[in-house]
Design a protein around this ligand. Structure first.
Ligand code: NDP
Length: 480
């Protein structure tokens, strides 16, 4: 085995910390390579991090908003400068393409700059005055917040929390996922160094660490991105002291294809929406509803495009799709494909293997299209979070909308048509946090769109003023 990088420690009060116990991070695209050894925290480390964040909060909250914005923008320069060194590491520990790691860092930088651009106006106190009353409304920070993040886009998801949280005067303890902690931890160390000690802390760890962080009396807020089942545990822990929650959870995004669509024109964007990051995106297209009248020709065209995908190691320039991040996710996706093969559905395993001889040394899955599948099948109803897509036929647009909304999830969604107005009319009837017309991928995210889901896809929003509002507590003062 090759050790490709040095040990990555936790970060508490602007110092590197380790407990002597480490996670060995292997490359999901080449199991024989160890990518990093990342320090694993203890309950003492978790408590220390929260206390350091609380100590820092007492002076951080006293700074003006503009001063905090300047400091956060200086920190984000560190993130940007770290990209050439850390993106290859991020790609290796995740299993995704180098370009996807660059997108992750790039959105972290861009999202923070966008939040910085609107924060000062939003956080300014409001004053209402007439003959009978003077009322001031101040937007106060809440204190220490915990940012719990998943492995799929670790940097941008962390920055969606840190940017509004820190700028509004709170301080943070970040808990990365053990499935991609190294590049994120190193990036946060560089950002934290240019901020006062304790403003950003990073603690890795298992369930006991998560329990300390989510129940600690000095923690006032938890911002969690991850699976819906995990979120239920986080909610239960937060209940112990009524902590405020922002939850960005799973999705089962529907793409509704209308019958006037130009299949060849939309296919590059649709394929990107389904298979980018090997489908491991919370708002990836996870089920496609196709009119019965064009079902056969549409699915043939989709298969032709999907067949061009080249699956291989994330740092191999020939690859257009990388590996699955971890064993559990790999097995879940494999099981859904096997189950579809045993049903009446038709399964097409497409694409090409970049290095066939390395295939079994990574969590690789060929991009797979499942045709003639029911809306009620497991693959249609559950979040696959991987490179397999069900194509479900429909008879009428009303039926397509009904099936799209027949889900416990409601994160993203999309409607595809040659008539944008017709598509927008359908989009307005979809139950989701956001709906795109003729697109459904990360480059369709507009920073002016509040990001988050309805139903069991979460609560609260990120980005925009809605995102900042998750980190403040209004304080109303009636003076007269
Ligand atoms: P998980 O829910 O398994 O884990 C998310 C994070 O929560 C990890 O850091 C995990 O750490 C931690 N965690 C696990 N148990 C607890 C607990 N009891 N208390 C506190 N923290 C805990 O999600 P994945 O990392 O597997 O990510 C995939 C999921 O995330 C998918 O469902 C996806 O849809 C969703 N997601 C949602 C997004 C959105 O914005 N809506 C964006 C990206 C992903 P550990 O592994 O150490 O337990």
């Amino acid at each position: 085995m090759k050790v490709l990088t040095k040990q990555v420690n936790m970060w508490i009060n602007n110092q590197e910390v380790h407990s002597g116990d480490f996670y060995e991070i292997k490359d999901p695209g080449r199991h024989t390579d160890i990518v990093a050894n990342v320090a694993k925290g203890t309950i003492e480390n978790a408590d220390h991090a929260v206390r350091a964040a609380h100590e820092a909060y007492l002076s951080w909250r006293e700074m003006s908003v503009s001063e905090r914005i300047q400091k956060v923008l200086t920190a984000i320069e560190q993130l940007e400068q770290s990209m050439p060194e850390l993106c290859p590491l991020a790609s290796r520990e995740h299993g995704g393409l180098l370009s996807e790691a660059q997108t992750d860092f790039g959105y972290g930088v861009g999202g923070t700059q966008a939040t910085a651009g609107i924060a000062e106006a939003y956080l300014a106190p409001q004053v209402f005055e007439n003959e009978s009353a003077i009322v001031e409304v101040h937007k106060k920070p809440r204190g220490v917040f915990i940012a719990i993040v998943p492995w799929n886009y670790p940097v941008s998801i962390t920055m969606m929390k840190l940017a509004p949280g820190l700028i509004s005067g709170n301080t943070a303890v970040v808990k990365p996922s053990p499935n991609s902690p190294a590049a994120l931890t190193m990036a946060l160390q560089r950002m934290a160094k240019v901020l006062p000690p304790g403003v950003i802390n990073v603690v890795n760890g298992d369930g006991d660490v998560a329990k300390v962080l989510t129940t600690h009396p000095l923690v006032t807020k938890i911002s969690f991105t991850g699976g819906t089942e995990t979120a239920k545990h986080v909610m239960a822990a937060a209940a112990s002291s009524i902590k405020k929650l922002t939850l960005e959870l799973g999705g089962n995004d529907a793409a509704i294809i209308l019958d006037d669509v130009n299949a060849n024109r939309i296919m590059p964007d649709l394929v990107k929406g389904i298979f980018s990051r090997a489908g491991q995106i919370c708002f990836a297209v996870k089920r496609v509803y196709v009119p019965q009248t064009i079902y056969r020709t549409f699915s043939n065209t989709l298969c032709e495009y999907v067949n061009e995908i080249k699956v291989g190691h994330g740092l191999d320039e020939r690859s257009t799709m990388g590996a699955i991040n971890n064993q559990a996710q790999y097995q879940l996706v494999k099981n859904l494909i096997d189950q579809s093969k045993r049903s009446n559905a038709t399964v097409f395993e497409l694409g090409k293997k970049v290095q066939p001889e390395e295939w079994d040394n990574g969590y690789y899955i060929l991009p797979t299209v499942v045709r003639d599948i029911e809306h009620t099948a497991d693959l249609s109803c559950n979040e696959q979070f991987g490179p397999v897509i069900p194509l479900i036929p429909y008879q009428s647009v009303e039926q397509a909308i009904e099936m799209a909304n027949d889900s416990m999830y409601g994160l993203g969604s999309s409607v595809w048509s040659s008539d944008v107005d017709r598509a927008a009319e359908v989009a307005r009837q979809v139950e989701a946090g956001f709906t795109f017309v003729n697109g459904h991928s990360i480059d369709k995210i507009d920073i002016r769109m509040p990001f988050g889901g309805v139903k069991q896809s979460g609560m609260g929003r990120e980005f925009t003023e809605f995102g900042i509002s998750e980190y403040i507590e209004p304080h109303a003062i009636r003076i007269r």
